[in-house]
Design a protein around this ligand. Structure first.
Ligand code: ADP
Ligand code: ADP
Length: 233
């Protein structure tokens, strides 16, 4: 089942009087339940594509559909609701709020979505537990490791039960060991039917993909069907 579809998707950035074309007519379908991995050299347009497919940035032309609904024509309110309820986003830079504890960081998007306090706190705690960082719930981001911060960021992305998790180089700032923990968490979530779209430079991370999408110079350069990851591979 197609969950996200891009049709002739273009994105241009203006740089002074010049236009830079970071997406040049991308046609792409992403499937529900897939662990999709996007690879390509630096500057090829991977982050741009992730921003456009997730509705985090406006497109220049073309169409983006989420479950058959055209999200690029959503009103300001519709797109805000979409971002807060349908997708979760994990960044390489982690960007937790430094003055909030891990629990408060994870719970925060729940408050923004207008949900009840006790329900959010219980769910936030459950997610921290799932990520193996329940003991760090009351610590500030600066008081835990990078890997633990990234696990909290994944928990935060999950708080409103999104249909798709987008992750832009989630292991890029982490040690090999912490990176593997993050990949194991994402793989386990995917095995429980969570759709994931991840940008990475790391071959080990790419091995977790059902489908590998290669991006080059603002367009799709190839798609590899890999099937479900198993640890024996
Ligand atoms: P990747 O994630 O593959 O490294 P990006 O999508 O970040 O690539 O960027 C693709 C190209 O678009 C790069 O050349 C980058 O410099 C340019 N670009 C990205 N974002 C902007 C922006 N906000 N303004 C101008 N140029 C941008
Ligand atoms: P990545 O780690 O995926 O390569 P970048 O470091 O290229 O990401 O980009 C990080 C952020 O900076 C993104 O929000 C992107 O849109 C923005 N950006 C990237 N290149 C440019 C640019 N040339 N001008 C302005 N913003 C940019």
């Amino acid at each position: 089942v197609v969950i996200i579809e891009a049709v002739n998707l273009c994105k241009s950035y203006s740089m002074g009087t010049e236009q830079f074309h970071a997406a040049k007519g991308v046609n792409l379908q992403l499937y529900e339940g897939d662990f999709t991995v996007i690879m390509g050299s630096s500057g090829s347009g991977k982050s741009t594509l992730l921003y456009l497919l997730s509705g985090l940035d406006t497109i220049t032309s073309g169409e983006v559909y989420f479950k058959g609904q055209r999200i690029d024509q959503y009103s300001e309110k519709e797109i805000t609701d979409f971002r807060s309820n349908k997708i979760g986003y994990v960044y390489q830079s982690i960007n937790l709020i430094p003055d909030f504890t891990l629990l408060e960081n994870v719970a925060f998007p729940g408050y923004v979505a207008g949900r009840g306090k006790s329900e959010i706190n219980i769910q936030a705690m459950t997610l921290l537990q799932m990520m193996g960082i329940a003991e760090q719930a009351d610590r500030l981001p600066s008081q835990v490791s990078g890997g633990q911060q990234q696990r909290a960021a994944i928990a935060r992305a999950l708080i409103n039960s999104p249909e798709v998790i987008f992750a832009d180089e989630p292991t890029g700032a982490l040690s090999q060991e912490q990176g593997t923990i993050i990949l194991d968490i994402l793989t386990e979530m995917n095995q429980k039917s969570q759709s994931i779209v991840m940008v990475t430079h790391d071959i080990k991370a790419a091995c977790r993909a059902d489908r590998l999408i290669l991006v080059k110079d603002g367009n799709i350069d190839g798609i590899l069907e890999l099937g479900k990851y198993s640890p024996d591979q």
